[in-house]
Ligand binder design. Structure first.
Ligand code: AMP
Length: 142
């Protein structure tokens, strides 16, 4: 497997070198909106440790990401009045991975509404700002 590249986009976001719509951070994980959301509220949860994907991350670090996704899922249900949640996590190009810092997708779903294909279009900044604010508020409300 290819080695972790510290210059991947999400590593730059973690270091604050690139902007993002942050929604959550703790000691172990960082979460921000996908700028090409497949559904409104599409969020990415990443570990703070350098890990390419499930194949090189330590199990306990993976568990931290799952805990983060669990927390985001509960908040997204409320923030987006969702009917369900899709969680996805891709590994290596063959597994559908495009950005090589491990991330879990957390996507609020509504009955009868299909997801857009990946990377269909960049969402408007205003919409992303509003969605980040809604999700952040729901996370703070617990
Ligand atoms: P994948 O590696 O296939 O799990 O997907 C990478 C995801 O990252 C896609 O859903 C992209 O829309 C998303 N993405 C790419 N660049 C950025 C960025 N700068 N900020 C937020 N999301 C991004």
């Amino acid at each position: 497997m290819t080695a972790y590249d510290a210059n991947n986009i999400f590593a730059k976001i973690l270091r604050g070198e690139l902007p993002c719509y942050k929604v959550y951070e703790d000691e172990h994980v960082f979460a921000f909106l996908d700028i090409m959301p497949r559904v409104p509220g599409h969020t990415l949860v990443i570990p703070k440790v350098a890990a390419r994907n499930i194949l090189d991350i330590k199990p306990d670090d993976y568990a931290h990401v799952a805990r983060g996704a669990h927390r985001i899922a509960a908040a997204a249900m409320k923030a987006f009045e969702a009917d369900g949640i899709t969680v996805q996590q891709f590994n290596e190009p063959a597994g559908g991975q495009v950005v090589f810092h491990l991330h879990m997708h957390v996507m609020p779903r509504h009955d009868g509404v299909a997801m857009l294909p990946p990377a269909s279009r960049k969402e408007d900044d205003k919409v992303l700002r509003e969605h980040a604010a809604k999700l952040t508020a729901a996370l703070k409300a617990g």
